[in-house]
Design a protein around this ligand. Structure first.
Ligand SMILES: *[C@@H]1O[C@H](CO)[C@@H](O)[C@H](O)[C@H]1NC(C)=O
Ligand SMILES: *[C@@H]1O[C@H](CO)[C@@H](O)[C@H](O)[C@H]1NC(C)=O
Ligand SMILES: *[C@@H]1O[C@H](CO)[C@@H](O)[C@H](O)[C@H]1NC(C)=O
Length: 752
């Protein structure tokens, strides 16, 4: 089990930062075993013992019950000094090992004092950087080193913060454990991996170099410097026995590989500048120049494809790697590439990378590509600020960029992400820590508070991007529903709670099918559904990136749209006439509403309110009219999905699930993780569920264990209503909504 945040938890497994823990298939409470259960009780005990009376303890310290126990809020007065120390008292939250994204497991408590309004205590925050040039220029770097990400004064302040802050303490330990584990391992094996080149290798080198360089600076033990150099020499093709003869060793034809390697070398060069020998410095600079910067100058001067109208991760990652490497060596660069690049990358990233966030905060590619793109953006902006004193408007040129943390938080469901479209390659050091940087820069503490509880926070950027002066709970006062209306993506997220792993969460999207860097699926109307700690309706993610013409085109007849995971048939939506959706679709949001429900400071969220979203999907089909609506029902305990279709071809309602499904006419019973959810067709009468294994075709990847649940209907006018009822148990009354036409949906249209 890999559990970065739970300091008390069993951490016997390898600490390999940046790799999601393997998904396990049992209940978290069983799987995480005794150590974490003890930890939770200790945590709850500490919170309640320190701040609250004993009544709430009796109500809430049963870790195996859901937070739906309905206990009323405890209004114990909050003693300010207790509140200030409560971060320490609480310690860290364990993370679930049975969800793909290791959702934090919050103790169920109505302790409002522990989870207060997000604020920054400036006395505990970082000291201000003394380097503040009056007229910053990209090529004019600070004199002291490190100049990138973490100036000396931050390193100097770090040991005390690590002592005081349980998060920083745990991240520091994870990073140092990881660095130590690398000491007896050889460098990352260097080989060309088919068409995808050395991207994984570059990213792993970067991840290792960051942790090793960090650990050297924290310990001053030069064995970490030697280990960094071993990694760099291998990656530069300088090791004895290296088979490299060509200069283009970092695969500039797939420039991400080059850029990530350049970033790794830039960080190592800068952070260890005071211990490298002159020979080592010359060797590292030569590698940066020969294998990256020369190709970078060429790419930007000759308008390489990723420099032109690319609103996505490629532009961010490539410009960021070149910028960081250039800043690292600029004052020692005889070749002049570094200063040439700093005259090119910033404007290019402002026109492209910074514009990959839509007006509503959504990342233009997909929720997974957001990681790569925002990480590159944050690294580039932060490196420019620390090294030269300005971000040159990379952070503000797109006024909506600051909303992208909201996108990430809402796309993060109760068990997993609403992970539509392609997922991208292994992330390694592309974590969600970009939102810690954004949280601090834009003064949105919720972003950092959200991320600090996540398993992927534990890597060196967190040590500098997290603000140790933060206190409070990200969910305090936060609306549970999120509506994202930009035409590019149009999507909604509704949930019953931010902190209950058993919460009901529904994400549904419409939006344009093109304009996502060919990472989209034909998926207008697609949805995911979580309840009771389980994902019931889910996504397939990426197809095989190496399959024929996977990225070649996004036209209607593109080969991409013949792969099961990308075609409409492979989505949780309607298929009409057996055809794919039309790539020209321009769906329209017809109506939406939310009770405006906000979570309070408590992790115990009452089941209340509703939300709904109705979209016109007609333009995605060869049909007269197609509308889809989704709503929370019965105080968010149940979900209704309704479609109104007029078509001259037959309709297939489709959903994919990891659950075991048994059908009985209008009902389907789904079982997973020891939980049960029932689906019922309320309309049209006479329709019934069928199932089939989600095999796809010969050229598709297998989808083991996935079942397609379908309703097959004739041409004509169809009103399809499917009710999803998690089987909560005898204390929750399940209801059947009345039938209301989509045009008449409102907040109270389904009451009574
Ligand atoms: C804890 O909650 C579970 C589930 O609600 C229940 O079965 C169990 O009896 C409770 N235990 C205690 C000690 O209250
Ligand atoms: C099935 O489970 C896997 C692993 O958790 C997940 O990645 C995938 O999205 C799920 N698929 C569906 C169709 O729910
Ligand atoms: C759908 O078909 C029904 C029945 O033929 C008709 O009454 C209705 O007006 C149609 N709606 C749309 C939006 O085409």
């Amino acid at each position: 089990m890999v559990n970065y945040n739970a300091v008390h938890a069993d951490d016997s497994a390898d600490h390999f930062i940046g790799q999601p823990p393997p998904k396990k298939r049992t209940s978290p409470w069983i799987r995480i075993g005794l150590p974490v259960l003890v930890a939770i009780l200790v945590i709850v005990g500490a919170v309640l013992g320190g701040v609250l009376g004993s009544r709430a303890a009796r109500d809430n310290n049963n870790s195996s019950s859901s937070s739906s126990s309905g206990s009323d809020g405890d209004t114990a007065p909050s003693d300010p000094s207790a509140v200030a120390s409560v971060k320490n008292d609480i310690g860290l939250f364990p993370t679930s090992s049975n969800t793909e994204f290791s959702i934090p497991l919050y103790p169920s408590t109505t302790n409002g004092a522990a989870f207060s309004t997000p604020t920054v205590n400036s006395q505990l925050a970082w000291p201000k950087d003394t380097f503040a040039p009056s007229s910053p220029a990209p090529t004019s770097v600070r004199e002291d080193r490190p100049r990138l990400f973490a100036p000396k004064q931050k390193w100097d302040a770090l040991p005390d913060f690590i002592k005081q802050d349980p998060y920083m303490k745990s991240w520091d330990k994870t990073i140092q454990d990881y660095a130590n584990s690398l000491l007896d391992q050889g460098p990352v094996a260097y080989y060309m991996d088919g068409d995808s080149g050395i991207l994984d290798i570059s990213r792993e080198v970067k991840q290792r170099v960051k942790a090793l360089s960090y650990t050297y600076r924290m310990t001053t033990d030069t064995k970490f410097v030697d280990r960094v150099y071993l990694e760099l020499q291998s990656a530069a093709g300088n090791s004895e026995g290296s088979t490299f003869t060509e200069t283009d060793r970092w695969n500039s034809a797939h420039f991400l590989d080059t850029a990530e390697m350049a970033m790794a070398f830039g960080i190592a060069y800068d952070w260890l500048h005071d211990v490298w020998t002159d020979d080592q410095k010359t060797t590292i600079r030569a590698a940066i120049n020969d294998h990256a910067l020369t190709y970078g100058v060429d790419a930007l001067n000759n308008n390489a494809w990723w420099t032109q109208n690319i609103r996505g991760n490629w532009n961010c990652v490539c410009n960021a790697g070149l910028t960081v490497a250039s800043l690292a060596i600029i004052d020692e660069d005889d070749a002049g590439h570094a200063s040439a690049l700093l005259g090119l990358t910033i404007d290019n990233a402002k026109q492209n990378c910074a514009m990959a966030v839509s007006s509503d905060g959504t990342w233009a590619e997909t929720p997974n590509y957001w990681y790569f793109g925002t990480m590159g953006h944050a690294e580039m902006a932060n490196a420019l600020i620390t090294a030269t004193g300005s971000d040159y408007e990379l952070m503000t040129v797109n006024p909506d960029f600051k909303k992208t943390g909201e996108f990430h938080m809402h796309v993060y469901g109760a068990t997993s992400m609403f992970e539509y479209g392609d997922h991208g390659p292994n992330k390694f050091s592309s974590t969600a820590n970009s939102i810690m940087f954004y949280g601090d820069y834009y003064n949105i503490p919720q972003y950092s508070l959200f991320q600090r509880d996540r398993w992927d926070a534990a890597e060196p950027w967190a040590m500098f991007w997290y603000n140790p002066g933060l206190t409070g709970a990200y969910w305090d006062g936060k609306e549970v529903d999120g509506f994202f209306d930009d035409d590019l993506d149009q999507w909604v997220a509704m949930r019953s709670s931010w902190t209950d792993q058993n919460a009901v969460y529904v994400g549904m999207k419409a939006g344009s099918l093109q304009g996502h860097q060919t990472h989209n699926d034909l998926d207008v109307g697609d949805f995911v559904l979580d309840a009771m700690g389980t994902r019931w309706a889910g996504e397939f993610g990426s197809g095989d990136y190496l399959s024929t013409d996977y990225f070649a085109s996004q036209a209607q007849d593109a080969v991409r749209w013949t792969y099961y995971r990308k075609e409409t048939q492979g989505q949780n939506t309607l298929v009409i006439g057996g055809n794919n959706q039309l790539v020209t679709a321009t769906p329209k949001i017809l109506n939406k509403g939310s009770s405006g429900t906000k979570q309070g400071s408590s992790t115990v969220m009452p089941w209340e309110g509703t939300a709904f979203w109705v979209v016109d999907m007609t333009s995605a089909y060869d049909a007269t009219s197609v509308k889809r609506g989704v709503r929370m029902f019965n105080n968010r305990r149940q979900v209704l999905i309704q479609d109104e279709v007029n078509s001259s071809a037959g309709v297939q309602w489709t959903m994919h699930t990891n659950a075991t499904v048994s059908t009985d006419g209008t009902k389907a019973t789904l079982e997973r993780d020891g939980k049960t959810l029932q689906m019922e067709i309320l309309s049209p009468s006479g329709a019934s569920f069928t199932t089939t294994p989600s095999t796809g075709g010969d050229k598709d990847q297998p989808n083991p264990g996935i079942t397609t649940v379908m309703i097959t209907l004739d041409a004509g006018s169809n009103d399809i209503q499917v009710l999803f009822s998690p089987q909560w148990g005898s204390d929750v009354e399940l209801k059947t909504p009345k039938s209301v036409a989509l045009d008449d949906w409102s907040l109270d249209s389904h009451d009574s």
